[in-house]
Design a protein around this ligand. Structure first.
Ligand SMILES: [Zn+2]
Length: 111
């Protein structure tokens, strides 16, 4: 699912938008002020250095079994790698979710 970030020229707010199919070329309206003067921003992917090198060596096409995910550091790696390849910044909220998933807090939040 492609997620892009758009900056509003009117209020300066940056918001993430999921863009599907034909809408991909259309500019989304700003969720804050409703302005249509938005432009796509290519933000850098924020990861800590050790994870950056792990991402660089990560192959999204490689098969992954249960043993792979028994290392909690691998949770969320696929999504992060794909986002990096697509030049998408998933934002701090995504990192937070991955962190919760890695520590098991996500499951605790759901039950
Ligand atoms: Zn705006």
């Amino acid at each position: 699912m492609p997620i892009y970030e758009y900056e509003c020229a009117a209020c300066g707010r940056v918001a993430s938008h999921v863009m599907l199919g034909v809408r991909r070329k259309a500019r989304p309206a700003c969720p804050t002020c409703g302005s249509g003067r938005t432009r796509r921003v290519m933000s850098s992917f924020a990861v800590v250095a050790s994870e950056s090198s792990r991402l660089a060596n990560f192959d999204t096409a490689a098969p992954r079994d249960d043993a792979y995910y028994s290392d909690s550091r691998n949770v969320g790696m696929w999504a992060k790698k794909r986002a990096q390849q697509m030049g998408v910044n998933l934002g701090p909220k995504f990192d937070e979710t991955v962190e919760k998933a890695r520590t098991g807090k996500l499951i605790k939040d759901m039950i």
